[in-house]
Ligand binder design. Sequence first.
Ligand SMILES: [Zn+2]
Length: 477
Amino acid sequence: MKFYYPTLAALFTLASANDLHARHAQLAHNKRQNNLAATGATTSSAPPTPPAGTSASAPAAPPQITTTPLGPGTDIPPLASIVSGAPPEATAALTATFSPGQKPTYSGALPLPSTFVFRQGDWPTSDVVPDTTTPQVQAWMQELNGFNIPNIPPTADGTCVGDPTAASDAANRGWWTCGGFTRVTDIVACPNKLTWGVSFDDGPSDYSTKLLDFLGQKSLQATFFVVGSRVIERPQVLLEEYMSGHEISVHTWSHRPLTKLTNEQVVAELGWTRKAIQAVLGVTPTTMRPPYGDIDDRVRAISMAMGMTPIIWTRSPSGQQFDTNDWRVPGGLVNGTDSLTSFQQILGNATQLDTGFVVLQHDLFQQTVDLAVGYSLPAALSFQPQLTLEPIGKCQGWPASNLYLETTTNTTFPFTNSTISSNATTTNPARASAAATGAAHGGSGGGSSSGALGSLSSGVSFLVAAALALVGGLLVV
Ligand SMILES: [Zn+2]
């Protein structure tokens, strides 16, 4: 663990990475991805420069991953063919349908609710930040009562280059985007060394079923960070994910960088996605992942006041993100070979960590699913030293029931985190003192001034004292 203030050079490097992330905003949610033209950027983001004054170990030599050329007659295209504009493949059918009353297999699970029926008038417009003046959003705003939501101005566009003022204050804000600043409540890794917390973002998509087939064949489970606008389009895919033993988590309604949104907009993004998942599965996630990892202390406080612990992904001690860059393939910014190289580097870096790790991967595109099913997952399964592949909640040791508000028995929300040092220093006492005084989640329960612990009452009411603000320290993992 290293503490540091990013050097100017590092900030610029990160800013460059964020420029590309801004492109992702356009790419990941254009469902006509194959029509996207390359924008001229042809290289993946350079890894951030190790900051001065740290003793980050040299990057590990990438392990060799053997890829077997695949061709006609297989479900997986050759690696060289996984590029922007790859010809469309037939999508895999759902393997099962599920009926109201059926239960997933985890202990304490509730029966599935009545079959989801989409009615346009019930939901905001897809892929647009929802209207914040609706009674629904206004009701959800009440969940913030009693919590001290830091008065951090929204960023210009969620990127470092787009808002230099915010970027210069990133450490103070706990802004992950510009420098990887985390708080003790953030989940960014699995506790156990050589354990990969597997996750897929931005679905459910037409390609998720192919991934589900592979995961089922290999008896693997993952965490799916789902977008509300996709959930209402493909509720049956979400059901299959959940009923197959995968974990479901919130990934917002329209996939905007959350730090650029107002408090009301963040609440609307999280609230509508939470509601969509609940409408399909009958349960409400207690975790979320901010799109692009774009979170700061304001967004954290809102998320946790609404009962959701943030989950991001791992950065190496030298600042390299555990990002497969698979999302850059559909738009032509990189190709499949580049992405697999990124994954090789991730596995090499993972062997250097004291903890396990979490990786950014996506099930939104044909190419990203082909990379996962044909290459990265098989590479991980045959990797030496042997890896354990688990969903992120499971790798934390959380019972599956604790991943959902209706069934959790967790009395210490937010989830405790064993991978970010608890002795991270408090550098901003003012912000720390602005930590929650404790309040009820869901409208009942009492407060707590003890700081880190909450409790559960009336089944759904968390008493949360925002541990997120307890540690104003900057910590790069
Ligand atoms: Zn995403």
